[in-house]
Design a protein around this ligand. Structure first.
Ligand SMILES: Cc1ncc(COP(=O)(O)O)c(C=O)c1O
Length: 390
């Protein structure tokens, strides 16, 4: 069975984890910091904070941005639920703005309208869908005008670049950017996430929030009389200065991630070639087309999504997925619009309020895209899709 996505592990990765096991430090050690520094250096951000997952990264970013009761955040309906849930974790409200049907990313026009209609918006979370960078200039401009903070959800977009040349994660258009290192993503940590930022105060806050809200680095203590005796610091003393979480990642996970990270450019280059081969193969088909056609040189190529006219095709998506499965080809749908989820419907959302997202959802199908996909496997996938989709 060819899955729709899969990680690549080699002997170097295995050795990297073994090295951490032998080092005697399993967590809160030097490998976490080394991974943070590597991602900061690569993306061009000043600071990076590694956490337990992309979801934890979004949660901490929402806290750090000041989303909370009486404040909302705007995101795309076509994303994994975690992007929206970040608002709910902190007692805030979610607002969805529709997608641009050509990019499947948050539409700047819809965003402007959403911000105008919701003056309580504190943050905007654009999602670089399938690795394609959003129109960040327009999004940042709209957010700035509304006094909202931008948090980029780059769970799909490690290794992607903006048209201006900077890497996603550099935070040139945002206060914070988050990444995920779940195994289907560009690099795997098992589970893991990261937040990058150029803002020192935000960096320090994220470090505290990651670990129970306890003071970090040279954070000034709030109870100096407890912190020292005769001008000498008490060695046991720490302060919980705000309510934080336990969202730490281990050195084991970062050992794997750091080893994977060295291969990132190779991973992306292969994904780009595979994407181009799919694009060339599917051009001019009657019932189907690539969901994203632009920005192929900038994308992180996390997913390859087809838009299929199932009505014209005369079969349902479920039927096509079953037929692909019979031929050993995995497929998936990214994503069911978040407002269509039962929890969000109960909050009063209606997916039909986001017509571009709704139309996209009815047509979307992700087919296999990962580093180890061979040309031979891809040729099989292409010929089966051609046969089944017409
Ligand atoms: C767009 C997006 N944001 C956030 C996440 C959450 O990342 P994680 O699974 O590491 O918590 C995902 C994961 O699939 C995602 O696709």
């Amino acid at each position: 069975m060819i899955p729709y996505g899969k990680h690549h592990i080699d002997e170097e990765d295995i050795q990297a984890v073994v090295d951490v096991l032998r080092s005697g430090i399993l967590t809160q050690g030097p490998v976490v910091e080394a991974f943070e520094q590597a991602v900061a250096h690569y993306t061009g951000a000043r600071y990076a904070v590694a956490v337990a997952s992309g979801t934890a990264a979004l949660h901490l970013a929402a806290v750090a941005a000041g989303v909370g009761p009486g404040r909302s955040l705007v995101t795309s309906p076509i994303t994994f639920v975690a992007s929206a849930n970040a608002a709910l974790y902190v007692g805030g409200r979610v607002i969805f703005a529709d997608i641009d049907p050509e990019t499947i990313n948050l539409s700047p026009d819809s965003l402007r309208k959403a911000l105008a209609d919701n003056p309580d918006a504190r943050a905007v979370i654009p999602v670089h869908f399938a690795g394609l960078p959003c129109d960040m200039m327009a999004i940042k401009f709209a957010a700035d005008q509304a006094g909202a903070i931008v948090i980029e959800d780059a769970a799909h977009a490690l290794g992607a670049t903006y048209p201006s040349g900077e890497r996603v994660g550099s935070c040139v258009y945002s206060l914070m950017t988050i990444f995920s290192f779940h195994p289907v993503k560009a690099i795997a940590a098992g589970e893991g996430g990261m937040i990058t930022t150029n803002d020192k105060a935000i960096y320090r806050k994220l470090l505290r929030l990651r670990s129970h809200g306890i003071n970090k680095l040279d954070d000034p203590v709030q109870q100096p009389e407890q912190a020292e005796c005769d001008g000498v610091p008490n060695p046991w003393y720490y302060e919980m200065q705000e309510l934080g979480f336990h969202f730490r990642i281990t050195d084991l996970q970062c050992g794997l991630a750091l080893s994977q990270f060295k291969k990132l450019d190779r991973f992306i280059a292969r994904r780009r070639i595979l994407t181009k081969q799919y694009d060339d193969a599917f051009v001019g088909m009657r019932n189907c087309r690539p969901a994203q056609k632009t920005g192929r040189d900038m994308s992180g190529h996390h997913l390859y999504v087809l838009r299929i006219d199932f009505e014209k095709l005369g079969k349902s998506r479920g039927q096509l997925m079953r037929e692909l499965k019979e031929r050993q080809i995995g497929s998936q749908v990214h994503y069911i619009p978040v407002p269509a989820q039962p929890h969000y419907r109960r909050l009063g959302f209606r997916p039909e309020d986001y017509p571009n997202a709704q139309r996209y959802y009815q047509e979307a199908l992700s087919i296999p895209l990962f580093y180890d996909l061979t040309d031979g496997q891809q040729e099989t996938i292409i010929s089966v899709v051609r046969e089944l989709v017409g």
